[in-house]
Design a protein around this ligand. Structure first.
Ligand code: ATP
Length: 295
């Protein structure tokens, strides 16, 4: 099918805010009229600081949170109200930030990987072979199938989470801060693995991160999210070279630089009322005291 793999159209999500007595006293707009699309085989980066609405967008795509307004199309199909069940038909999978908590401590790695296989009716007699194949795909030895999560490093656990997400190969892989719980040296290896798998399996990625240096290497297109809105979007190289929004400039200014050349290319810090705009001068949004409500 031609057309975008994912199309997000005017997506909005509000949550009720409760006061100390548990009564609804207002609402917070976590995602505010967001639109973007991802062409097949591309990596789209959604960048923004904590609280900007990144995870809420991911949860709506996965059918874990119902949008207040707007539409989500996956491979041409409107999945906005489809819930997290079969209607996504295994077309979309997600890898979460913390590989430790996404794996069941009481299950062996092989058992964890077989959950999606069983759920999709993969033939039992082929299960062990498929688990070996998936472990090999994420560059882990076959013996790991017998191990428990506590016997693995953070990077190895994240590789298992990726193997599980690919057990029934999806078209779209949503990565919500997939490397932020890992050491810097391990982060690059996990990203390299994702790039390689993306090519081999023809995957499309939504890569959610606050880490712009990773995004620069991985994503071809980027949308910068600030207080629930996309304030800037375009080809990653363009956005990084000529950011137009103050918030993007600020995010870029805090990316660690490696060389004098890169330092010279850093955008000047935005000035507001003649003063340098720093993170603590940005409106942070009133996101500190809400009860987190599952809708
Ligand atoms: N279930 C909920 N109930 C109430 N408010 C919520 C709920 N989920 C998210 N929010 C609020 O919505 C806003 C966006 O949160 P979200 O988790 O999407 O941000 P984020 O960019 O993913 O941040 P982080 O990187 O810290 O996870 C925040 O203000 C948050 O407090």
């Amino acid at each position: 099918m031609s057309g975008p793999m994912l199309r997000i159209e005017n997506l909005t999500k509000t949550f009720p805010v409760r006061n100390a007595f548990g009564r609804i006293s207002g609402e917070v707009t976590a995602v505010d009229n967001v639109s973007f699309s991802i062409e097949p085989g591309r990596v789209y980066g959604l960048a923004g600081e904590s609280g900007s609405g990144k995870s809420t967008i991911a949860r709506m795509i996965m059918g874990l949170t119902r949008p207040t307004a707007g539409n989500i199309y996956l491979d041409g199909l409107n999945i906005t109200d489809a819930g997290s069940g079969r209607s996504r038909r295994g077309k979309v999978q997600m890898v979460f930030q913390n590989p430790g908590s996404s794996l069941n401590a009481r299950r062996t790695i092989g058992q964890s990987i077989s959950v999606p296989l069983d759920a999709h009716g993969h033939p039992r007699h082929d299960r062990a072979r498929r688990i070996d194949e998936l472990l090999e795909m994420v560059q882990l030895p076959a013996e790991f199938a017998e191990r428990y999560p506590h016997e693995l490093s953070g990077g190895q656990k994240q590789r298992v989470a990726i193997a599980r997400a690919l057990a029934m190969p999806p078209k779209l892989l949503v990565l919500d801060e997939p490397t932020s719980a890992l050491d810097v040296s391990v982060q690059a290896k996990v990203i390299d693995l994702l790039v390689d798998l993306g090519r081999r399996l023809d995957l499309t990625f939504l890569f959610i991160s606050h880490d712009l240096s990773l995004m620069r290497n991985f994503a071809q297109d980027v949308g910068v999210l600030y207080l629930g809105r996309i304030v800037e979007a375009g080809a990653t190289a363009d956005v990084f070279e000529k950011p137009s929004h103050d918030y993007t400039k600020l995010l870029l200014a805090s990316v660690p630089v490696m060389s004098a050349e890169e330092e010279a290319m850093r955008p000047a810090l935005p000035l507001v009322d003649g003063e340098v705009l720093t993170s603590d001068r940005l409106p942070v949004g009133s996101n500190t005291s809400f009860e987190r409500l599952e809708q």
